[in-house]
Design a protein around this ligand. Structure first.
Ligand SMILES: [Cu+2]
Length: 112
């Protein structure tokens, strides 16, 4: 019986690895934001680095794109976008949280 369970477990492990390979482990994503200045850059990077599983977040102010390295077992693209929008900025197609956006420094408000 133990042997059968071990074999079943092995097949499940292989199956899971195959189906979740793209969503687990080390992941990298680039998200376009509405950052304007250095304050925005710091706010977005800080918000992202607070998300469990995020290894690093680096925003390029020229392109407004934030490059994020994260652990796909702990977080995902949607959660990362939510962290950005809740800081008051847009994340790709997701609009900024209205309240957070209204609380931004006036110079950090992009055209929305
Ligand atoms: Cu700003």
């Amino acid at each position: 019986m133990k042997k059968i369970l071990a074999i079943i477990g092995l097949f499940m492990a292989i199956g899971m690895q195959t189906s979740f390979a793209q969503n687990s482990g080390k992941q990298y994503i680039e998200i376009k934001t509405s950052a304007v200045c250095g304050t925005c850059k710091a706010a977005i990077e800080t918000a992202l680095e607070k998300v469990d599983g995020v290894k690093s977040a680096d925003l390029d102010l020229e392109t407004k794109v934030v490059s994020i390295k994260f652990d796909g077992d702990k977080t995902n693209a949607d959660a990362l976008k939510t962290a950005i929008t809740e800081a008051g900025y847009t994340a790709d197609e997701v609009p900024a949280n209205k309240v957070a956006y209204d609380n931004l420094h006036p110079c950090c408000k992009s055209e929305q």
